[in-house]
Write a protein that binds this ligand. Structure first.
Ligand SMILES: *[C@@H]1O[C@H](CO)[C@@H](O)[C@H](O)[C@H]1NC(C)=O
Ligand SMILES: *[C@@H]1O[C@H](CO)[C@@H](O)[C@H](O)[C@H]1NC(C)=O
Ligand SMILES: *[C@@H]1O[C@H](CO)[C@@H](O)[C@H](O)[C@H]1NC(C)=O
Length: 485
């Protein structure tokens, strides 16, 4: 708590000041863009040199389009696993850009240098081009972004690398009039990588003057051999039952194939012929492998027409919490029919798991602790809107939560079912644009007054508490601000 407040106060005392008074130089910037479907991972490494002693706040700038696409951002020192405090300063009128302050663990002396890694996930940043495709056509996507990586500081040299999924790239832009920054070829392709730069001697660029004079948009048009998937709505209900020693999870999912829209009629025969020759169209979703927790039982997969019996679950028994082996059950999800570009598919996925796999009794706090995953990971898929509902045992009190990242809205209510007398406290979290980086857990702690007879099902797992503490230390959990609902 105190650390967070100190940072906030510093921010207040020195508003846009901190930016001008702390000077750095970028000795090199390398941006790597992993071209994908509905998710694009961007990693920018800043080799930074301090120009004066006591420099501890480095500012990163994004342009509007990049900022709007970014649903997750993290800064680290290269080679280290702990994330640095990253303060989102929002829109800066003076520079017409969006700023983040990265707080270095300790101030740098004059001429000291450091490598900062800034990682973001962009969502819905690509689009199918052409926007329609016949069943047997290939799938091509376009992605565009700004040519220059902008920064409030002078940059000695910078380059951007686009990594396409394969060596086959349809087309890419060739920027012009770059004589001020390079005398070489402004763009080169080698295998699946297209490199813009090196561009040298770039003056501070996070300002309207530089952007107006030099910035331009570059685009890459590439083949993408997997369906482009988006989940428009993801509703998870997690119900904790001490009587049954059970954690029940039910997911209601509206999946959309966001690839090129199907041109013409869908032909099952053509699809079967293609599948027979193992040449299934890249933009058609026929099946998907999902990792569900180990130890689950009573799994079900329903769509609007009922039980979907073509799917297959390979359940793995529950494992000790510190086991190294992969501990998940493999669910081969096979929709009732192949999902073509532009089609939606709504389904429900549910299962039971032993409460002891995710819950324990914290003797010190005299509270139960249950870890509830925010979502099931759907590979390379963005979730536009998510709701996580956690239903606690009847009469639970002293409810606290520790969330891995802030929700857009959080609320607590009382859920009364016909068996209950006092109702079950219910937590609701709403999220926007979740990605693979958000596949984390919410910890809920609570007391149950009649603990004497309820305690039985939850074995006291001291080892788990150790792990739990470690997990917290390793994350950027803001205990103070999101704790109380
Ligand atoms: C860049 O991509 C966006 C979609 O993300 C699109 O709306 C826009 O027209 C593209 N801009 C250019 C200059 O191609
Ligand atoms: C639903 O389908 C699964 C196969 O995925 C099958 O094992 C199960 O018995 C079916 N359930 C019902 C109620 O038909
Ligand atoms: C699919 O769902 C989206 C909203 O998620 C909706 O806008 C669209 O019209 C739906 N498409 C079809 C073909 O039903």
């Amino acid at each position: 708590m105190s650390q967070r407040w100190t940072l906030l106060l510093l921010g207040l005392l020195a508003p846009s000041f901190s930016f001008a008074s702390q000077s750095f130089e970028n000795t090199a910037i390398v941006r790597t863009v992993e071209l994908g479907g509905s998710l694009v991972h961007v990693t920018t490494t800043y080799a930074v040199k301090a120009l004066e002693a006591g420099s501890s706040v480095y500012t990163i700038a994004l342009e509007q389009q990049q900022k709007e696409r970014t649903s997750w951002a993290e800064a680290k020192i290269k080679g280290q696993s702990n994330a640095l405090e990253l303060q989102d300063l929002g829109y800066d009128e003076e520079s017409n850009t969006y700023l983040y302050d990265v707080h270095l663990p300790k101030a740098l002396g004059t001429d000291a240098s450091i490598n900062l890694v800034f990682e973001t996930v962009e969502t819905h940043a690509t689009y199918a081009w052409p926007p329609t495709a016949r069943q047997e056509d290939e799938q091509k996507l376009k992605y565009n972004t700004s040519l220059f990586i902008i920064s409030p500081y002078h940059t000695a040299v910078q380059r951007t690398k686009f990594k396409a999924p394969s060596n086959r790239v349809v087309a890419w832009s060739t920027p012009e009039n770059l004589d001020a920054f390079t005398l070489e070829n402004p763009v080169t392709k080698s295998g699946a990588t297209i490199t813009y730069g090196p561009y040298s001697n770039i003056s501070p660029s996070a300002n309207a003057a530089f952007i107006g004079a030099y910035q331009s948009t570059i685009g890459i048009h590439y083949f993408y051999d997997y369906p482009v998937l988006a989940i428009s709505e993801y509703k998870r209900a997690a119900e904790i039952s001490h009587w049954g020693a059970n954690l029940n999870i039910e997911d209601e999912i509206h999946l959309r194939n966001a690839g090129p829209k199907l041109k013409g009629q869908f032909s099952r025969l053509a699809h079967q012929t293609q599948s027979f020759y193992q040449k299934s169209s890249p933009h058609v979703l026929s099946s998907m492998n999902l990792h569900l927790p180990a130890g689950i039982s009573n799994a079900y997969f329903l769509d609007l027409n009922g039980n979907v019996s073509t799917s297959h679950l390979r359940s793995t028994p529950s494992v000790a919490r510190n086991a190294k082996a992969p501990h998940y059950s493999l669910f081969e999800m096979k929709p009732r029919y192949p999902i073509m570009g532009g089609w939606n598919y709504s389904f429900t996925l549910g299962w039971d798991s032993p409460l002891a796999d995710s819950g324990s009794w914290d003797a010190k706090a005299q509270k139960y602790v249950v870890a509830v995953p925010v979502m099931t990971l759907f590979p390379s898929t963005v979730i536009d809107n998510a709701e996580l509902k956690i239903v606690l045992p009847e009469g639970a009190t002293d409810v606290d939560v520790i969330t891995p990242f802030p929700a857009s809205v959080a609320a607590i209510s009382n859920h009364v079912t016909y068996l209950d007398t006092t109702g079950r406290p219910t937590l609701n979290f709403y999220y926007k644009t979740l990605t693979d980086k958000h596949n984390q857990v919410v910890y809920v702690t609570y007391k149950v007054p009649f603990s004497a007879h309820l305690k039985k099902p939850l074995a006291v797992a001291t080892a788990f508490m150790g792990l739990f503490t470690l997990a917290l230390a390793g994350r950027r959990v803001n205990l103070s601000l999101h704790r109380k609902l």
